[in-house]
Design a protein around this ligand. Structure first.
Ligand code: NAP
Length: 428
């Protein structure tokens, strides 16, 4: 009989119970695939006597996740509690210090402490893996660090927050305003306890920072992600975008440029007929581009018990097989400090503004754009009964800096009361 890989699982919520179920229900299959049995030694959560819909009576219980992580009968610590710091970080550090392998689904922890934890794993000769932390059930970390290891990755893009995609597609299909759909998503339990993590783009930004590290061999740099949430996207923007042949998505883009690493998570217009434009509801999509492979599109469930536990188990089985993968696709000490670059890659932009309905207002806006070197591709003035005239402009390619200069100058023209909405049009 081969030696089992013994798990200690901290966190028995949505993902944790999913993992326990797979280990229990597929024991034989997992043993065959891994070449050795996978067993659970001990578990931990906040409340011991909670019905979790799965029989956990045969596992040792620890109140303290740090104690769990360092038990002698635990080879692999599975961290499924969440939170960037606190018990998740303390227990992960303790596990690595004790030479245990760690598998986690915790993007917040890795986005903030990924480099230090990867170095700790390396120093201990242990494995730290995080497939479930990015795009739920989609094995995108493996795709990047294994399947595409022979490529120079040029760009990584993705819709990686299902809740935001649900809100945007629901606004579109039902014609409902943001606030109403936000409340609906809240009632359905789709939003994090702190909803700004979702709608503010922070959760998706965490994932993008992790993907960028794996794609470009750089240290995780979440602080350098330019973040903009979906709160300012209106039903009017969604309708105008549709009329112009686009859909609005909270899109993450990481690309290495001559100026450094650009990372942005923001609502963007993407062509309606592109795979990203067609993405509906809570589904995630990641687009990977490499110099050899050109483009790969991965699509699948970004959250939920089964999909996330599936990704956790992929990492667990790798460890059981003896696969000693590095955390971000190369040794932690070899990861370069990313030179962060503010978005400078030119793109067309969508602008929506409400101009005072007075002669010359639009001409003044056009002059400001011209002075900033921005040319107009398309312009539309939509019907109105108000004292302000809604105007849509699609620019030719320009830089964000030039656009910001123009937006600032427009503010001083006295022809609008609120700043224009400016959304990037991403080529996909
Ligand atoms: N849910 C998803 O679809 C999904 C997708 C991708 C990644 N993730 C990530 O997976 C991780 C877990 O998410 P989840 O949705 O499963 O969370 P969850 O349902 O809220 O469960 C969290 C679990 O952690 C336990 N816990 C919390 N604080 C603890 C502490 N101080 N000590 C011991 N146990 C503690 C809770 O105990 P009690 O049950 O006793 O309260 C609960 O069992 C997070 O990092 C999350 O970002 C989740």
């Amino acid at each position: 009989m081969t030696t089992p890989l013994r798990l200690g699982i901290a966190g028995l919520g949505t993902v944790g119970t999913g993992v326990v179920k797979i280990v229990r229900q597929k024991a034989e299959l997992l043993a065959e695939r891994a070449g050795r049995p996978i067993a659970i030694s001990a578990i931990s959560a906040r409340t011991r006597d909670k019905d979790r819909g799965v029989n956990i009576s045969s596992y040792a219980w620890e109140d303290d996740p740090v104690a769990l992580a360092t038990r002698d009968d635990v080879d692999l610590f599975v961290e499924l509690m969440g939170g960037s710091d606190g018990p998740a970080k303390a227990a992960t550090e303790a596990a690595l210090a004790a030479g245990k392998h760690v598998v986690t689904a915790n993007k917040a922890m890795l986005a903030h402490h990924g480099q230090a934890l990867a170095e700790a794993a390396e120093a201990a000769g242990a494995v730290l893996r995080f497939e479930a932390a990015v795009a739920g059930g989609i094995p995108v970390v493996k795709a990047l660090t294994e399947g595409l290891a022979g490529n120079d990755i040029t760009r990584v893009m993705g819709v990686m927050n299902g809740t935001c995609n649900y809100i945007l597609t629901r606004m579109q299909s039902a014609g409902l305003p943001y606030d109403e759909v936000f409340e609906e998503a809240n009632q359905l339990g789709f939003l994090e306890a702190d909803p700004t993590l979702d709608v503010g783009g922070i959760d998706a930004g965490h994932k993008l920072a992790l993907l960028a590290a794996a794609a470009f061999g750089t240290r995780v740099d979440f602080a350098a992600v330019e973040l903009e949430g979906i709160e300012r996207v209106t039903i009017a923007d969604i309708r105008h975008a549709e009329d112009l042949g686009y859909r609005i998505k909270l899109l993450g883009v990481a690309q290495m440029t001559g100026r450094g690493l650009e990372q942005r998570m923001s609502p963007c217009l993407v062509p309606r007929k592109s795979p990203l434009g067609q993405l509906e509801g809570g589904t995630n999509m990641v687009v990977l581009e490499g110099d050899q492979v050109e483009q790969i599109v991965l699509r699948g469930p970004g959250a939920g018990e089964g999909p996330t536990a599936s990704a956790v188990m992929g990492d667990v089985i790798d460890v059981a097989r003896g696969f000693r993968a590095t955390t971000f696709g190369m040794p932690a000490h070899a990861l370069a400090a990313a030179r962060p670059a503010r978005t400078a890659t030119p793109a067309p932009y969508y602008l929506r503004m409400a101009l005072h309905d007075k002669p010359g207002a639009l001409a003044k806006v056009a002059t400001v754009l011209g002075n900033a070197g921005i040319s107009i591709d398309r312009m539309r003035q939509t019907k109105h009964r108000d004292v302000t005239a809604p105007v849509l402009i699609v620019t030719h390619k320009t830089t964000r800096d030039a656009l910001d200069d123009a937006l600032k100058a427009m503010g001083g023209l006295g022809v609008m009361d609120t700043p224009p909405v400016a959304l990037r049009i991403e080529s996909v």
